[in-house]
Design a protein around this ligand. Structure first.
Ligand code: UD1
Ligand code: CA
Length: 430
């Protein structure tokens, strides 16, 4: 493998003001660190993540999703800083691509020029009219001559509009040699990775600036940054889906998880949220519906329906105010106001308005099985565990506690009484 990748993710992320490690905050349903790991994996198999703050928590989170990642624990109390992060690592590949765990918007395409351009070191540079917060880059004859951290800048240097985006591709031998030599002789008393530039310049090495887009290299430091990065990511996800054939109405009001898949022609109306690993195939999701971690195939959902995790819905019509959870529905009509939890419902069955599966007795959850061609009258309660066999009818307003055999009608209602003239007596009118 010619490029080794290191992802720096040991920083504490104080500005995030969160007990959760910064890099585990999610963007479009996925921790920001996972976005950058996915990009890294598209480039190389040799990936090391540098951690320190909440080492175990972050490592476990990565391990739950990825295999074959290497971990390096920074000795951050003795060697703080981006240079300290690399101390103790030895690189064997030809070059090392250094990425940051808090840059979820970087794509492989944006990294290609850094990897493919010549030079002993290539580094990402952004031209900014408000360079505040970044290290300034001195460029002469299209070569980088120095990076000066903002806190170490003279007033003149502060006016430099070229800033260090923080991503580099460095010859491994140089990196192995330079990192142990870094010092912390600067305003922040940190070991700056950027000081390798000075070492390389002193040895006459060529450092090539690669101009990149600010949007791609945005670092997420605060919850405001998180929200801004989310908007950019959402825009990218939805644009790609629309180009692939998904119709979206008022896409700015729609949220789509980065892990959601769409197959065939789908239509998504305004205000819809598609959360987690969903698969939507040849279906219409109407306004303001929420679908979580479910499969929707050849169906129409909503408006204002809620499909909760682990539901599988095929050839089905789900109308407004219907909630489904862990439901397998195949060829069903549930048009209005229902809770269908922990259930299987088979072809040709019609679920009347107000049908509730009573799936929970306060201790455990139970399943409801509804066969083919079952007609459930409105406002019925199905107390699970219970089975309604094929070709059965449930009379409106029934509370079903026992299994219903094939072909039967089940009715459980208090007989209706008629008391004539009661109104006039009760209110004293004639
Ligand atoms: C760094 C650059 C600066 C550049 C900016 C771009 C240095 C000295 N400065 O600044 O020139 O403009 O990035 O965003 O490198 N990290 C560790 N261990 C640490 C400190 C940081 O792993 O001890 C990681 C962080 O988790 C983060 C990355 O390194 O992913 C960058 O750290 P950050 O503190 O944001 O860098 P800056 O000081 O802002
Ligand atoms: Ca810092």
């Amino acid at each position: 493998m010619s490029v080794s990748i290191v992802i720096l993710a040991a920083g504490q992320g104080t500005r995030m003001k969160s007990t959760k490690p910064k890099v585990l905050h999610k963007i479009s349903g996925k921790p920001m660190l996972f976005h950058i790991i996915d990009t890294a994996k598209a480039i190389s198999d040799d990936i090391t993540v540098v951690l320190y703050h909440k080492f175990d928590e972050v490592k476990e989170a990565i391990e739950s999703e990825y295999e074959g990642i290497k971990y390096h624990k920074q000795d951050a109390s003795n060697y703080p800083g981006t240079g300290g992060a690399l101390r103790g690592l030895e690189f064997e590949g030809k070059r090392v691509l250094i990425l940051n765990g808090d840059m979820p918007l970087i794509t492989k395409e944006a990294l290609n020029p850094l990897i493919n351009s010549s030079g002993d070191i290539t580094m990402s540079v952004i031209e900014l009219f408000e360079p505040n917060g970044y290290g300034r880059v001195v460029i002469e004859d299209n070569e980088v001559k120095a990076i000066i951290e903002q806190k170490d800048c003279t007033p003149e240097q502060l006016c430099i509009k070229y800033v260090n985006a923080g991503v580099y591709c460095v010859d491994s031998k140089l990196l192995n040699r330079y990192i142990p030599k870094l010092s912390n002789n600067n305003a922040q008393k940190e070991y700056y990775l950027t000081d390798i530039i000075k070492m390389a310049v002193d040895e006459g090495k060529k450092i090539t600036p690669i101009f990149v887009k600010e949007e791609d290299f945005k670092g997420v430091n605060s919850k405001y940054d998180l929200a801004m990065a989310e908007e950019i990511m959402q825009d990218r996800i939805k644009k790609q889906l629309m180009l692939n054939g998904v119709i979206m109405h008022l896409p700015n009001s729609i949220y789509i998880d980065s892990q959601a898949k769409f197959i065939g022609e789908c239509e998504i109306e305004q205000g819809v949220q598609i959360i987690g690993k969903c698969e939507i195939k040849e279906s219409q999701i109407k306004a303001n519906s929420v679908v979580e971690e479910s499969i929707i195939d050849s169906s129409d959902i909503g408006p204002m329906a809620h499909i909760r995790p682990n539901s599988k819905i095929y050839n089905t019509h789900i109308g407004n105010f219907v909630e489904v959870k862990k439901g397998n529905l195949n060829g069903v009509k549930a048009g209005h106001l229902s809770y269908l939890g922990d259930c299987e419902i088979d072809e040709g069955s019609n679920i009347g308005a107000g049908t509730i599966t009573c799936n929970y007795d306060g201790r455990a959850k139970y399943r409801t099985k509804i066969g083919k061609n079952v007609f459930i009258g409105s406002d019925s309660q199905l107390v699970a565990p219970v089975t309604l066999e094929d070709d059965t009818i449930i009379a409106a307003g029934s509370t079903i506690t026992k299994d219903v055999p094939k072909g039967a009608l089940a009715i459980s209602r208090t007989p209706q009484k008629i008391i004539r003239e009661f109104f006039y007596k009760f209110f004293g009118k004639k």
